[in-house]
Design a protein around this ligand. Structure first.
Ligand code: AMP
Ligand code: MN
Ligand code: MN
Ligand code: MN
Length: 287
């Protein structure tokens, strides 16, 4: 039987609702064999998860999901096998955290103008870590009865052309890839079917990503339909780039998929865990 690789999920260190310890415990219950924790723009949860994984004999990959702006589009890049304390990575992430803070203030101002008071304090209440994400605003808005669930509240308030939307100014692609590399990790394009860009644009992105050292695209994602898994599998094959797999789990009430419950990897894909890049990354982690 093939192993279960879940290489993308979130804890309370960013916008997930389980602590790193709870996530590792859930991964064990769900028979995950290899787990990567990939919080948005922070590494704070990784030591706790790693320690818990050691105690539970779970193979753990410390990861990150970096917010990038590419041609006015927000793109997420997952780094796998990073050193959580690498100064180059941490310094890079700091610039993103600064933007997150000022954006959160602007989101709250905009919501205030739309008649919703106290959103900054409200969102902070849902943030367990050091970052403020739109997800935290979403939890606040649902709590206040502005929508029935997270999905609905994004649609009504938090996406482009809605009252609580502020455009992102995230990291440059090349910088994000350099930080991941400096920290010993390998770069994976997160949930490629989820961006609202044309296939032509997506192809241009993947070509550039590969050229700059990106090693895989997330063919299997909790946010992809079966059809999207196949389509992304075709794209990976077309570019000769390997394929990754992750649920993008955020917690019990906010999940695309349950942790560890994933579509099968299409047979034409080369899984990232069967590449040289992966083996070298594992060696670095053990060193
Ligand atoms: P941010 O990085 O703060 O802009 O927030 C992005 C996060 O919001 C993503 O990582 C998702 O967890 C969440 N998100 C974005 N769009 C949606 C949506 N349509 N429904 C539910 N969650 C979403
Ligand atoms: Mn998220
Ligand atoms: Mn993402
Ligand atoms: Mn994610």
């Amino acid at each position: 039987m093939s192993l279960i690789y879940d290489l993308h999920c979130h804890s309370t260190a960013s916008d997930g609702s389980l602590t790193p310890t709870e996530l590792v415990e859930l991964a064990c219950r769900n028979n995950v064999d290899v787990l990567a924790l990939t919080d948005h723009d922070v590494t704070h949860g990784l030591h706790e998860a790693w320690q818990q994984a050691r105690e539970n004999d779970l193979e753990f990959i410390p990861g990150i999901e970096i917010s990038v702006s590419w041609r006015h589009q927000t793109i997420h890049i997952v780094g796998l096998g990073i050193d959580p304390d690498n100064p180059v990575l941490l310094q890079g992430l700091d610039s993103i955290l600064d933007f997150r803070q000022s954006r959160a203030e602007k989101i709250a101002e905009r919501l205030e103008k739309a008649g919703i008071a106290g959103a900054l304090e409200g969102a902070e209440k849902f943030a367990g870590g050091e970052i403020l994400s739109r997800t935290h605003f979403a939890h606040f808005l649902v709590e206040q009865g502005y929508a029935r669930d997270i999905k609905q509240v994004f649609k009504k308030y938090l996406v482009r052309n809605k009252p609580g939307y502020v455009p992102g100014q995230w990291a440059e692609l090349e910088d994000a890839l350099n930080w991941i590399k400096a920290a010993g990790g390998i770069a994976v394009l997160a949930h490629p079917a989820r961006y609202s860009i044309s296939t032509g644009r997506l192809k241009e992105f993947i070509a550039e990503f590969k050229e700059l050292g990106g090693v895989a695209i997330e063919v299997v994602s909790g946010s992809h339909s079966q059809e999207e898994v196949f389509r992304m599998g075709e794209l990976a094959k077309y570019f000769g780039i390997s394929a990754s797999s992750g649920s993008d789990y955020h917690g019990p009430n906010n999940a695309y998929r349950e942790l560890g419950y994933l579509h099968q990897m299409p047979s034409q894909c080369q899984p990232v865990w069967e590449t040289e890049h992966w083996l070298e990354m594992i060696e670095r982690l053990k060193a």
